[in-house]
Design a protein. Structure first.
Length: 494
């Protein structure tokens, strides 16, 4: 998309600014500032709004912003006295003067939608190690790259394609290759210990979005190290994607609406407000692109689980609607592990176990890293009264899952499975962790209350039930029974 005004032309795709046909050298952040203001002629932006939109939320001083505005004016052949293009509104902010610019660009409202988010995992640097240790670190980064393919719609770029571009800055990778996020890191060995530092970088700004340090024993297995890193890294990638979409000033497309819904549930937890919001976004996504299978697949899960445990109003969901949405998704794509996992989970929640279990098995066969499918398969086995398989599959799904709000539901199911085998201590451990994972989910509190009744502590059970009703004041006996079964429901409602 090109933007033209007066003697200025900005080639957005090539990230160049020309004045009177001559290319002008401009810092990337300054060009970002110019493009942002020019795309919103006449709109006033405060300094805080500019920090959020141009500096990606990074806190910068007023003098930094003033200096950037001054540089932007110089690039445009403007200055603070004439203010032909960028106007200062004292005490309020800055705006691009629409009366001084005749736009001949493509209709900005119809500008091309942003592409699916993309990420590259660079091999972690090893500061001090022998060849065997270096091979371990190389295997860890390669496996991280492979497993991150389970994140729906995230394009994972092979790091081998960037061998000759490792010296490029993050911003250059963004401009040349369209990379949005970079995972990088380094490893150090200290006698019998290993420390791995991991960074998630926003390529456009070059800022570190997230960073953490992982201490391991030097004899750690590749699988254990990868799982530990991904449990913290993946939720941060979801946060970065969600922030990227929310900051966009374009109307979101169907895939971005799906990513919003997915991120909301992963980051904010599974409870009534998020389910209602997610269901609405997924319906919009399907309306915009009827061939996009992930939207109806995820909608089927949201509708089924939301109906089963009272997270959606009863009158808005029926079994026939869930089945219809499942059939639609599977017709569009029945070889996608994520689609199969969502649909299988939805069918299990409405009691169609004979069809749900094979779909979930197929999902795990296609992608063994699909944590949601493993956990859903465990939950389906629990509903089918196959408790040992339920525990096995739930534990595996939880162990390979990112540390986000979904764990609250899955650990609640595992606690119920342990209760079936009379393992009260293990059940209590899982239920307490599930409560900790999400302060707005009532399901684990129902499970924990039942555990305290079985442990002969009715006072503690009553206190936990107060917490459940704090979260959902209209919690009914039918919803409690649907969530944890009639036997346990009777214990905490009598």
């Amino acid at each position: 998309m090109n933007i033209k005004f007066a003697d200025i032309e900005i080639d957005h795709d090539r990230f160049e600014l020309r004045r009177n046909g001559e290319t002008i050298a401009v810092e990337p952040l300054i060009l970002d500032l110019i493009i942002f203001l020019a795309r919103h002629p006449g709109q006033l932006f405060s300094r805080d709004e500019l920090m959020n939109q141009v500096w990606n939320g990074r806190i910068v001083s007023d003098s930094t912003i003033s200096s950037a505005i001054k540089s932007a004016r110089q690039v445009l052949g403007d200055n603070g006295k004439t203010q032909r293009f960028i106007q200062t509104v004292h005490g309020r902010g800055f705006r691009f003067k629409s009366t001084s610019a005749a736009f001949s660009s493509t209709d900005l409202k119809q500008a091309a939608k942003s592409q699916d988010p993309s990420l590259v995992v660079f091999p972690f640097r090893v500061l001090n190690a022998d060849e065997q240790a270096k091979n371990l670190i190389q295997s860890i980064t390669t496996t991280i790259e492979t497993i991150l393919t389970r994140v729906p719609l995230l394009k994972i770029n092979s790091n081998t394609a960037f061998t000759n571009q490792r010296e490029d800055s993050p911003r250059q990778l963004h401009e040349k290759q369209g990379i949005d996020f970079i995972v990088s890191g380094y490893a150090q060995f200290f006698d019998t210990n290993l420390r791995v530092n991991v960074n998630l970088i926003d390529a456009k700004s070059g800022f570190i979005f997230w960073s953490d340090q992982f201490p391991f024993n030097a004899g750690v297995s590749e699988q254990a190290a990868v799982i530990e890193i991904l449990r913290k890294l993946e939720p941060q990638i979801n946060r970065a994607i969600y922030k990227r979409i929310k900051k966009s000033d374009n109307q979101p497309n169907s895939r971005e609406l799906y990513l919003q819904a997915s991120s909301i549930l992963a980051l904010k937890g599974w409870h009534q407000d998020t389910f209602i919001e997610a269901a609405d976004l997924l319906r919009q996504s399907h309306e915009m692109d009827s061939d996009f299978a992930l939207a109806p697949a995820y909608l089927s899960l949201v509708l089924a689980l939301g109906h089963r445990v009272g997270l959606l109003p009863d009158e808005t969901v029926t079994h026939s609607e869930v089945t219809a949405v499942v059939e639609l998704a599977l017709t569009l794509d029945n070889m996608n592990s994520t689609v199969l996992g969502f649909c299988g989970c939805a069918l299990a929640d409405i009691g169609a176990l004979e069809r749900a279990i094979p779909l979930l098995k197929h999902a795990t066969e296609i992608n063994s890293a699909n944590a949601q499918a493993w956990a859903a398969l465990g939950s389906a086995y629990l509903l089918d009264n196959n408790v040992n398989l339920a525990i096995e599959h739930l534990q595996h799904g939880i162990n390979i899952s990112p540390l986000d709000g979904r764990l609250s539901i899955w650990q609640s199911a595992l606690a119920l499975a342990f209760l079936r085998t009379k393992q009260l201590v293990r059940a209590q451990e899982q239920a307490e962790q599930a409560c900790m994972r999400d302060d707005k989910t009532y399901l684990p509190r129902l499970v924990l209350a039942a555990i305290w009744v079985l442990s002969n502590n009715p006072e503690k059970a009553a206190s936990i039930m107060q917490e459940a009703r704090r979260i959902k004041p209209d919690l009914s006996s039918d919803e409690i029974q649907a969530a944890i079964g009639s036997r346990l429901a009777n214990l905490i409602t009598d």
